[in-house]
Design a protein around this ligand. Structure first.
Ligand code: SF4
Length: 440
């Protein structure tokens, strides 16, 4: 039986492949402040219990109807285990839920059960979906979220959760954007009590070197979650890599940063640090197209073990790039891809079709860019029609649901990349379209 009174948990459905990094940071932060908290990843627990068919559904993105039925499914398929999970949760005084769009429904259902059994259990909801819901309701939460919650965290979790747990007087039950001034001293996740060996992605760990983004793409939700851009100390991330290599035999390091090259100098020093300390590690990350990175840095990235990069190209039309506020041009993108190609750095690009005001010509320019440069762009990482995200600077009416042109362009794009034998993964073609719409 745990001695800790605080539980940090994540419920189905979310990606089950690696440990929940957000909870890892919260646990390490609270621990440093003298508050012990357990992490129990019930998402992974129920995923592991499920049969192959359900597991397959689990990793399908935007699977809304499945997300809404998973609570009943688990209760029916695993009644004893479900009851046991509730009992385990009720052993704690405070339970923090990490909420994503895909697990909000299950989190609310479980909250109801918990409150019906122990009225004084304190429930805290945080995570990106709570921030999205805040914007969706213009600062007012839906009743089914507001009512069961004792505390709601909009934005980053460390400071508000610490304040709440240490009994500091909080104004109302919604914390808004109370984030750490700096990440320089933030302790890294060690996942105490979590069996990392159980996760499907073997020998892999998520890392986060920075939070926030230096860019302001109009369609993106990143700036909603974090205000400004902050970087951890290089020493801390190198210590984290060393710790997981030694303790967990970790071989793959997956950066969850918005951009690994938001601060070029820091990236350069990070690569130096990896090379100096480890020679090379296997790492992957998201990266922005920039025209101010020198070739030696691309070389260093390769030397330090970068094996995969995700580039948010989105369009190769200067008009659309400008409308998106992407912060780079067609020429910048071409130069950047050539620089990656020169060092044999593997990467994939993501594309959005049907963005507001994208003309047929803009769309055709993007398509022909991809076909023309298929020798230097190793793969299409994902293609999606424009999808609106609450709180962003874009037109809701251009969302693919009310924009047949976006769907038509999507079909044309996918047909052309297949015809031209451009490398891609089927699961990421239209992965942001709700599954019900994909199946139509
Ligand atoms: S660069 Fe990426 S993370 Fe940053 S604002 Fe643009 S889309 Fe969002």
């Amino acid at each position: 039986m745990t001695k800790n009174k605080v539980l940090l948990t994540i419920l189905p459905l979310t990606w089950p492949n690696m440990p929940p990094i957000g909870l890892g940071f919260l646990q390490a932060f609270l621990e440093e402040k003298g508050i012990g908290a357990d992490i129990i990843d019930f998402n992974h627990y129920f995923y592991a219990l499920s049969g192959q068919l359900l597991q397959k559904q689990w990793v399908v993105s935007c699977n809304t109807s499945f997300e809404e039925t998973i609570f009943s499914l688990i209760r029916e398929n695993h009644p004893d285990e479900f009851d046991n999970v509730i009992e385990r949760m009720l052993a704690y005084d405070v339970i923090g839920f990490s909420c994503f769009k895909s697990n909000l429904s299950m989190s609310l259902c479980v909250a109801k059960v918990l409150k019906s059994k122990k009225t004084d259990v304190k429930l805290v909801f945080g995570g990106p979906e709570i921030t999205r819901q805040f914007f969706k309701g213009d600062g007012v939460f839906r009743e089914d979220i507001f009512q069961p919650a004792d505390y709601l965290i909009v934005g980053e979790g460390e400071i508000p959760l610490l304040n709440y747990l240490s009994g500091k007087k909080c104004r109302g039950k919604v914390a808004r954007f109370e984030q750490l001034q700096t990440l320089k001293d933030i302790p890294f996740p060690m996942y105490y009590g979590v069996d990392l060996k159980r996760y499907p992605k073997k020998h892999a760990i998520p890392l986060q070197f920075s939070r926030g983004c230096i860019r302001r793409c109009n369609f993106c939700s990143e700036r909603l979650l974090y205000k400004g851009f902050r970087t951890r100390s290089r020493e801390s991330i190198l210590d984290e890599i060393a710790y997981h290599k030694e303790k967990n035999n970790t071989k793959y390091f997956i950066f969850y940063d918005s951009l690994i090259n938001a601060n070029i100098k820091e990236l350069d020093l990070l690569c130096d640090g990896i090379i100096e300390k480890f020679g090379s590690i296997h790492w992957e990350a998201q990266i922005a197209v920039r025209n101010d990175m020198d070739q030696p840095l691309f070389y260093k990235m390769k030397q330090s073990g970068c094996y995969n990069l995700f580039v948010g190209l989105e369009s190769a039309s200067d008009n659309t790039l400008k409308n998106m506020n992407k912060g780079f041009s067609y020429d910048d993108a071409l130069g950047f891809f050539n620089a990656l190609h020169k060092e044999r750095l593997f990467f994939g690009v993501s594309i959005i079709v049907g963005y507001p005001d994208e003309t047929e010509e803009d769309f055709r320019n993007t398509l022909s860019f991809i076909i023309r440069n298929k020798k230097i762009i190793p793969q299409i990482a994902q293609v999606n029609p424009f999808t609106y995200y609450d709180g962003t600077n874009t037109d809701k009416m251009s969302d693919y649901k009310s924009n047949p042109v976006a769907m038509e362009r999507m079909e044309i794009f996918v047909g052309e990349i297949k015809k031209n034998k451009i490398r891609h993964t089927n699961a990421f073609l239209g992965n942001l379209i709700e599954k019900n719409d994909r199946d139509k």
